[in-house]
Design a protein around this ligand. Structure first.
Ligand SMILES: Nc1ncnc2c1ncn2[C@@H]1O[C@H](COP(=O)(O)OP(=O)(O)OP(=O)(O)O)[C@@H](O)[C@H]1O
Ligand SMILES: [Mg+2]
Length: 362
């Protein structure tokens, strides 16, 4: 590879850590797993190895959540990661696949238009017309490849997929086989195969999981960060990682502006100020950790290119407005009310208040 990928896959970005973990890992590994369940959990949660190698934490949250997710993958049940937007479902799924199979790319992106072929297989039509159906003309989908190789497949946004297409997975998960009627053959799953699906519980209305399919999954709910501190540390760490990839200046640990973004998002999300004293209205959009990460990254880019390289209130005010005000009329009112009744009065927040006022009234 001559050019650096804009966003390398987890297994490449963290190749060194995975190698060190595999070398240090003397616990039993399930068939075809690159690491033991213990080492997979360590990869996600972070820690230090006996030889001093530091494993960076990928996921911040309850240890038990990670342990249940990892051990599910070692059983014959598939894993469903459920949660509100921005709770790291996709992120955790990618890192699990990278750690277990060394490959996070066997991925089906679920949409309302996902066809059955995306889950099963398609055909190379030139070859199909020339020679008729044959193994050579068959183009296996990600799930079929994972079955054949005993690796993890990922399905993103499972509940967005139409119900009849979702049901293709029932045979895969219960019989562990994928029939190819055109050839009178089947692909049987090799040990080590399993599936990680993600679904947003805000989208629930879209396509409920059929109960037949739901029974084949162990559901693990990823919670929102429990405290401001936890969320600040997630945002700080992710912004630093993203910033390094696009040459932004480093973020100082515990920067005031990050704490402010997180505090504002949490208060608007929860409908009450951190001290529990003032009720506030919630805007229409979701203000997740993921949005906080983008507001801070955007602010850092502004500071780097048009400021003095230090993240200041004015650098995050516009991004904040954009994140909060999705619906121009209603959300703008909510934001103004919050600015006047909460931000204006808060000690040490005067610069931030002025910066927000400036972009909001413009
Ligand atoms: N608890 C957490 N630990 C580590 N990173 C987190 C956590 N919560 C959110 N993030 C970060 O938030 C970003 C968004 O996460 P991700 O896209 O995986 O969310 P999602 O749950 O899949 O959201 P959606 O429902 O919108 O698809 C990622 O960069 C991830 O690192
Ligand atoms: Mg996602």
């Amino acid at each position: 590879m001559t050019e650096q990928a804009l966003r390398p896959h987890a297994e490449d970005a963290f190749a060194e850590e995975l190698k060190a973990l595999a070398a240090a890992d003397d616990r039993p590994r399930p068939p075809r797993w690159n690491l033991s369940p213990w080492a997979v959990a360590k990869y996600l949660l972070g820690g230090t190895l006996p030889d001093g190698t530091v494993i960076t934490p990928k996921y911040t949250g309850p240890r038990r959540v990670v342990e249940v997710a990892v051990s599910t993958l070692a059983t014959d049940r598939a894993l469903l990661l459920l949660g509100v937007p921005g709770t790291a479902k996709t992120w955790v799924s990618e890192h699990l696949a990278a750690a277990v199979s060394g490959d996070s790319t066997l991925l089906v992106q679920g949409t309302a238009g996902t066809p059955e072929e995306a889950i099963r297989y398609g055909w190379n039509y030139a070859q199909l017309l020339a020679e008729g159906p044959s193994r050579k003309a068959l183009v296996p989908g990600p799930v079929m490849r994972a079955m054949a190789d005993g690796r993890l497949a990922r399905v993103e946004e499972l509940t967005r997929i139409p119900a009849d297409v979702q049901d293709t997975l029932i045979t895969v998960l219960s019989e562990k086989t994928l029939p190819i009627p055109e050839l009178g053959e089947e692909v049987m799953a090799v040990r080590g195969f399993n599936l990680i699906a993600t679904a947003n519980d805000r989208d629930r209305g879209v396509n409920e999981l059929s109960s037949a399919l739901r029974r084949r999954f162990n559901t693990v709910v990823l919670p929102l960060p429990a405290t401001v501190e936890e969320e600040v540390s997630i945002v700080t760490r992710r912004v630093a990682q993203i910033g390094r990839g696009i040459d932004l200046p480093p973020v100082p640990e515990g920067a005031d502006e990050i704490r402010r973004v997180v505090t504002v998002f949490r208060e608007l999300r929860e409908g009450v100020t951190a001290d529990g004293r003032t009720r506030v209205k919630s805007p229409s959009g979701t203000l997740s950790t993921a949005e906080a990460i983008s507001v801070v990254t955007g602010g850092l880019a502004l500071a780097a290119h048009f400021g003095d390289g230090v993240l200041r209130p004015a650098d995050i005010a516009a991004g904040m407005l954009g994140a909060v005000v999705r619906d121009p009329a209603a959300d703008r009112l909510v934001w103004r009310e919050y600015l006047e009744s909460v931000v204006r009065e808060r000690e040490g927040w005067q610069d931030f208040y002025r910066a927000c006022r400036e972009v909001t009234s413009a």
